[in-house]
Design a protein around this ligand. Sequence first.
Ligand SMILES: CN(C)C(=N)NCCC[C@H](N)C(=O)O
Length: 264
Amino acid sequence: MPVEEFVAGWVSGALGLVLGHPFDTVKLLGFFKGMSFPIASIALVNSVLFGVYSNSLLALTATSHQERWAQPPSYTHVFIAGCTGGFLQAYFLAPFDLIKVRLQNQTEPRAQLGGPPPRYRGPMHCAASIFQKEGPRGLFQGAWALTLRDTPTMGIYFVTYEVLCRQCTPEGQNPSSATVLVAGGFAGITSWVAATPLDVIKSRMQMDGLKRRAYQGVLDCMVSSVRQEGLGVFFRGITINSARAFPVNAVTFLSYEYLLRWWG
Ligand SMILES: CN(C)C(=N)NCCC[C@H](N)C(=O)O
């Protein structure tokens, strides 16, 4: 199994994250400002995504990454490989994403004199206290909603990228850097627009039971969210998700493609 794609996915995930970090810190209330935890986690998750995607395409089409612009795979194969990557990466992402969402939603003032200490003091403390209270399964709260969010949307992500690259590139040639940047950016936006409804539900499932009612499951969470807040609830955060998605995914794809070309 070729491993270059895993390594390129790792490096490109870390580079994309550096660009996306200002958007993430805007959403966070000061508890999640450091870079080391997000870099380590997103790089690992991106490595699984790109590595599994590329190796699934290899299994489906018997073409390696180097041969793929000359012998392009069908969009159905690209979609299946993207969904496979999205499905597997969701299990790596689940604990990290849970910690991120728990910290994002922690609204207690940071260090008020005489006030109660915050529930979680940082990512490691958050992981340890979930583990202590709920065991290893607690770290996977909301993982099912995350899998439902990421499996089809990662298929959409890679298909959008392929369609745009092929539209803008003469047949059989490698896409230019500008094409890779634009196609990667739009792949990020399209996938995030499609993912936002389940992203909202996923975050609610991850916070469930901490402050408010316990949902029976993903469907129950969807139904009661729509009943209480209307259909608009599914579009919460769509603007910031899209604004972040363009630069992050433009750089992710550019660095991924260049690293693989450089390694031959
Ligand atoms: C949930 N969806 C749609 C995605 N994760 N889409 C692919 C983009 C992945 C990239 N690391 C990012 O954070 O934008």
